[in-house]
Write a protein of this length. Structure first.
Length: 319
């Protein structure tokens, strides 16, 4: 068949399809499996200020499962947020898990076709209402959702506008007084520090006042997530990377008094993890109180690679 010359000319002006497939979207009926995880050589009695309680290696018969960047625990349920907008709810008790549901974020920045359209890297949940705030890299925006994932508000704060792709809001923490802290992953270096923002109220609402501060991580690491301790101190997880795919995590405790406009956030190293977490990339942290003790939960990001582990681990904080 001979194509009309005009049609061929139009085709020549159309950019070729890049071939990038649609982002993997998790099934609503996915079932998560759990196997007890023990690191090579067994768990040490303690790792810094952390006492291992136990860990699970999670998997599912769904190629979209994994890649978890953030973690929240509320009412005995764990919420895992993937960096492609996939969310999984679990109930964990006695070393056993039950899958409570899974959803894909339909509404968010851009059109949602590509994984980068839903580059969801950080999460904060209101324990009273279940409302959630999600920080999106690339879009440099924060969106607020109801528990059923209906969008309530969203905003791209001007203070985040110049943050380059894939180095944005890696940590998002809601403080008890209604303020929010965002820490940029970036590549700021130890001396200059990583830019952080302290929002006076809801960061998803346009016009919220914001102040700038800096976070200084341990040498050779970048911040990957943060959570608040019961006394108001901040736990920051910092990632260390070694070629080709070996990761370590350094946990830092930052005093609550440093959470102020113009401040510099720096704290004491309370634990350094490497083989204990299988050399995987720890991207999510959450805190709970159980029987008067503070528990630190960590989850790894396996980049949705079948040959890498998703590990959910629990530690007791020595106080």
């Amino acid at each position: 068949m001979r194509w009309p010359i005009a049609f061929i000319a139009v085709l020549a002006l159309v950019p070729p399809w890049s071939g990038e497939p649609r982002r993997p979207m998790i099934r609503d009926d996915v079932t998560v499996r759990a196997a007890r995880y023990i690191p090579p050589g067994g768990w040490p009695a303690r790792v810094g200020d952390l006492v291992p309680v136990g860990a699970l290696s999670l998997s599912a018969d769904d190629p979209a499962f994994g890649g978890f960047s953030a973690l929240a625990l509320r009412d005995g349920r764990a919420l895992l947020l993937g960096d492609g907008g996939n969310m999984v709810w679990l109930r964990i008790a006695g070393g056993r898990i039950a899958t409570l549901g899974a959803r894909t974020l339909r509404d968010g920045p851009a059109e949602g076709w590509l994984r980068t359209d839903r580059d969801s890297e950080s999460l904060a949940v209101d324990p009273a209402t279940g409302r959630m705030w999600i920080g999106y890299e690339r879009a440099n925006a924060i969106w607020r959702y109801t528990p059923d994932l209906t969008v309530e508000a969203h905003h791209a704060p001007p203070a985040m506008a110049r943050w380059p792709d894939n180095t944005g809001a890696e940590s998002l923490v809601r403080l008890p007084d209604g303020r929010f802290l965002v820490i940029r992953e970036g590549r700021g270096g130890r001396e200059r520090g990583h830019e952080a923002l302290l929002f006076a109220a809801d960061p998803a609402a346009p016009g919220t006042r914001v102040a700038t501060l800096r976070y200084r991580p341990p040498a050779g690491s970048v911040p990957s997530d943060a959570a608040l301790l019961p006394d108001g101190d901040l736990i920051v997880v910092n990632r260390r990377w070694r070629f080709p795919l070996r990761f370590g995590a350094v946990l830092v405790r930052v005093p609550a008094a440093q959470l102020r406009a113009g401040g510099v956030l720096r704290g004491r190293i309370i634990a350094t993890l490497g083989p204990e977490m299988g050399g995987e990339n720890v991207e999510g942290v959450a805190v709970t109180r159980e029987h008067g003790a503070t528990m630190i939960w960590l989850v790894t990001d396996n980049d949705v690679a079948f040959y890498r582990r998703t590990i959910l681990a629990k530690f007791r904080l020595i106080e």
